[in-house]
Design a protein around this ligand. Structure first.
Ligand SMILES: *Cc1c(COP(=O)(O)O)cnc(C)c1O
Length: 242
């Protein structure tokens, strides 16, 4: 089987499980977008992703984003999901539809300065699990970021929140992370609705996307589940005794 068919087959599996999780948790179908993490693919492998029906990519590195967009810029919707250094903000800001990893007031200010006329959409990355993760801001630091974005007069539009759950054996063990991110959003949604539509929750990866969907994810970020057949497969994991 060619690479393209393999990717398509595994993407089908993920889509099926997402649909099931939406149904079982009483959420409407089509409420979750599947983003594929493009860091696992070299520029010459991008055609296989497009051929397999992948629509939405998330890149981690500014340099790789530039290289891959040279040839495949129009083939996908592009998001940025990696840690964004301030000095790279200008390279990324006009090239992506959404930045999932905004984690400082200074980055918000840099994006406001560098954003094109129409502005840029971002998610605030929250470190929900505390010491276990080094990415994102703590809950108490979220509002200063929203305030900085509100000062940008439409240049930086916050669309919601993202989080990276710690890697665990059983996805159940990180359910609390997803529950908490949604609770943070729910708490801030009303008071911030004059400024921002905070409806997006980017949470869940290959290991735990099912649980994330049950808890309200609107974007899941998938990498290894398209590469290794057994990743994210609850049946295989149960046979392992986990
Ligand atoms: C690589 C990556 C993913 C995908 O992780 P998998 O475990 O391979 O599914 C998701 N989010 C971010 C920020 C990543 O860097």
């Amino acid at each position: 089987m060619g690479n393209e068919e393999l990717i398509r087959e595994r993407l089908d599996v993920v889509q099926g499980r997402v649909a099931e999780a939406l149904r079982e948790s009483g959420r409407p179908p089509d409420e979750v977008r599947i983003l594929v993490a493009s860091k696992y693919y070299a520029p010459e492998q991008m055609a296989a992703l497009a051929g397999a029906g992948v629509k939405l990519l998330g890149e981690n590195k500014a340099e790789d984003l530039l290289r891959k967009q040279e040839e495949f810029g129009d083939a996908f919707e592009w998001h940025f999901i990696g840690h964004l250094q301030r000095r790279k903000a200008k390279d990324v800001v006009a090239r992506v539809a959404l930045i999932h990893s905004v984690d400082s007031v200074r980055l918000v200010e840099e994006l406001a300065k560098r954003a094109p006329e129409e502005g840029v959409e971002v998610l605030v990355q929250v470190n929900v699990s505390g010491e276990e993760s080094k990415y994102g801001v703590e809950e108490g630091e979220v509002e200063p970021l929203l305030e900085a974005a509100a000062r940008s007069e439409g240049r930086v539009r916050v669309r919601g929140f993202a989080t990276l759950a710690p890697l665990v054996e059983r996805a159940e063990d990180v359910r609390y992370v997803f529950v908490k991110l949604r609770a943070i959003r729910d708490r801030l949604e009303n008071s911030w609705s004059p400024h921002f539509d905070l409806s997006e929750l980017s949470m869940g990866m290959s290991n735990d996307y099912r649980v994330a969907v049950e808890e309200g994810a609107t974007i899941i970020r998938i990498g290894r589940a398209l590469i290794e057949e057994t990743v994210g497969d609850p049946l295989v994991r149960r046979l392992d005794g986990s």
